[in-house]
Design a binder for this molecule. Sequence first.
Ligand SMILES: *[C@@H]1O[C@H](CO)[C@@H](O)[C@H](O)[C@H]1NC(C)=O
Ligand SMILES: *[C@@H]1O[C@H](CO)[C@@H](O)[C@H](O)[C@H]1NC(C)=O
Ligand SMILES: *[C@@H]1O[C@H](CO)[C@@H](O)[C@H](O)[C@H]1NC(C)=O
Ligand SMILES: *[C@@H]1O[C@H](CO)[C@@H](O)[C@H](O)[C@H]1NC(C)=O
Length: 450
Amino acid sequence: MIFVKISTIVFILFLSFIGFIEAERSYLSPNRKPHWKTDDPNRGPFFGQPEQVHLSYGGDPSKQIITWVTFDDTVDSVVEYGIGKLDLTVRGNASLFVDGGAGKTARLIHRAIITNIEPGRRYFYRVGSEYGWSNIFTFVGLQERLNGGYRFAVYGDMGNINARSLGKIQRLAQDGDFDMILHVGDLAYNLDTSDGTYGDVFMRQIEPAAAYVPYMTVVGNHEYNYNFSHYVNRYTMPDSDHNLFYSFDIGPAHFIGFSTEFYFWTNYGWDQIKNQWNWLIKDLEKASKNRENVPWIVTMGHRPMYCSDFDGDDCTKYESIIRLGLPITHAYGLEKLFYKYGVDLELWAHEHTYERFYPVYNRTVYNGTASDPYRNPPAPVHVVTGNIAFWNPKLKFLQDTTEDSFWLIKDEHKPYDRNDLKQLKKHGYQVPFDYRHPDDTHYNHRSSKL
Ligand SMILES: *[C@@H]1O[C@H](CO)[C@@H](O)[C@H](O)[C@H]1NC(C)=O
Ligand SMILES: *[C@@H]1O[C@H](CO)[C@@H](O)[C@H](O)[C@H]1NC(C)=O
Ligand SMILES: *[C@@H]1O[C@H](CO)[C@@H](O)[C@H](O)[C@H]1NC(C)=O
Ligand SMILES: *[C@@H]1O[C@H](CO)[C@@H](O)[C@H](O)[C@H]1NC(C)=O
């Protein structure tokens, strides 16, 4: 008897240790008995209402993943859906996420996958269980647009306070102006704040966009608390149990989402840098072999390699860690890796600016040709788009609308080679060590905690 008791205690301690240190999901058994289940038939879950409904791309256009939250265990996780009517049903499962904050808030994260989606058809759906249903939302089966391609909204650093672009994003998503949203890190400032209530507010605020088009995410520095567990648990990226690094194909493009944060939050373990590095190589190898079908390779990571503001962040340093790798050893530097596999486009955020770069490699900017530098460039193109404006009194945005538009055109997608390097050297110039963008007059300090 006593022996059993002691081992039970040890077991429970062990479980709760895993629960908030390891950034893992703990899926619940479909045959579980919920804590509220008693002989009293009047007892049900106290909070069975679903909320924070959002879509994510299932890895091919025929699949949508739907994720939502309840604050108590509803046991069942149901999606009712269909074209024009809700005549189909799919069941998913749930994981229990106990927040690392003092309140130890429990959230049930429900996930289900709709398959066999027909391209171009509008689907209706609602989620929940007999203890509560969501509103009815809609999405359109993904397909190439009439004028070609897919449209993405790409941004980082939004937050739930003063999210100036939120209304526009919600409206455009509902109107079908884009097919997918890519949020490149720094989601809610922070998902975990105040026992995760900030995260709940954020997830409710994005629902009017994210319940209509897939909302794809990358982890940022603001997701770092409790070993990124809010990020791991609240979202569902395809073929991944953690969302920290993953990839998917859509149309002619292979997208890779990865964590720049492993390089900076090494208190959670150094091995994550290596794990991700090995995964990146494997994924890039696979994508390289498939370029005939899916020619473009696009990466998404939160902290950029390059930026021309002056706030002291990694990208302002001559030896950026993301670009060149760990100090001294230069292990796991991402610029060389992405160059080696001929990555076409690299999307970043973190700096609260918008910057589109000329093709660049090894701080050599390819700007010097008579023709368009974006036609068959000899190096990847970087775009930093952390301009969504989480409010900070130090930052001043021009109030007129700025539009940027450019075409990146390639006749062939392949690893950059000797000839590319020669072109780059011939027509490029080295960015000097102390370079600073002449327009950066309002962001004038070297230390920032954004
Ligand atoms: C729940 O679903 C996820 C995603 O489909 C899957 O990876 C996981 O194994 C499932 N867990 C259980 C307990 O069924
Ligand atoms: C953080 O989570 C990862 C899994 O995502 C795990 O490998 C690592 O050991 C965890 N770190 C700590 C300090 O618990
Ligand atoms: C990168 O540029 C530096 C400085 O010009 C040069 O010494 C180095 O050889 C270059 N590295 C590569 C891989 O081209
Ligand atoms: C390329 O950049 C250099 C350095 O800023 C500048 O002097 C040169 O005029 C630029 N060339 C073109 C074609 O823009």
